[in-house]
Write a protein that binds this ligand. Structure first.
Ligand code: NI
Length: 188
């Protein structure tokens, strides 16, 4: 079996890709299914990983770097050089727990803003890896949270859209130079 994608986890002064931020329209477009898993896509995966590690992130979705594809990279062990990152292509949630928990989230597209968000505690997700192999994963806690956050990006949804405390959100965004008019609240 071919090894998973490996890139150095060190930070680059000039990461290969630019991360778009709140207010940028590319973040709001639903992404398209990946139809070809080839070297070009794997090169994009490597560049997304380098960009994510350089920004101290634990997840990055292709729309955040202006690529309209259903592709996500995740590494909750960014400080462990030996753990392999997770690459999810065309991910689909198969199961989600009715139990929801609150975890504080942040996003590379909304730097320095951290706010509590409530989501399912555990999920089962089906996807293809970067070699085109179908995979299924049960995740809970932080990993489930990152997967759900990144999958939202594929629908053009951002974590701030889930925040129920409007005043807190407005103040937090304003404090970091963002405009709360760019939030598109999710109806629960
Ligand atoms: Ni994000």
């Amino acid at each position: 079996m071919t090894a998973t994608t490996t890139v150095s986890k060190r930070k680059l002064k000039q990461p290969p890709l630019t991360i778009h931020t709140l207010g940028d329209k590319v973040l709001r477009q639903p992404a398209k299914r990946v139809t070809q898993i080839n070297d070009e896509l794997r090169q994009l995966v490597r560049q997304m990983l380098q960009t994510m590690y350089s920004a101290d992130g634990i997840g990055l979705a292709a729309p955040q770097v202006g690529v309209n594809k259903r592709l996500i990279v995740i590494d909750t062990e960014y400080d462990n050089p030996k753990s392999a990152p997770l690459v999810l292509i065309n991910p689909e949630i198969r199961k989600r727990s009715a139990t929801e928990i609150v975890i504080q989230e942040g996003c590379l597209s909304i730097p320095d803003v951290f706010i509590d968000v409530k989501r399912s505690e555990s999920i089962t997700v089906a996807f293809k890896d970067e070699r085109g192999r179908p995979r299924q994963l049960e995740a809970k806690g932080l990993l489930a949270r990152v997967i759900l956050h990144e999958m939202d990006h594929l629908e053009g949804v951002l974590f701030v859209d889930h925040v129920e405390n409007e005043l807190l959100l407005h103040n937090e965004l304003k404090q970091h130079g963002f405009d709360s008019r760019d939030v598109q609240p999710v109806i629960r």
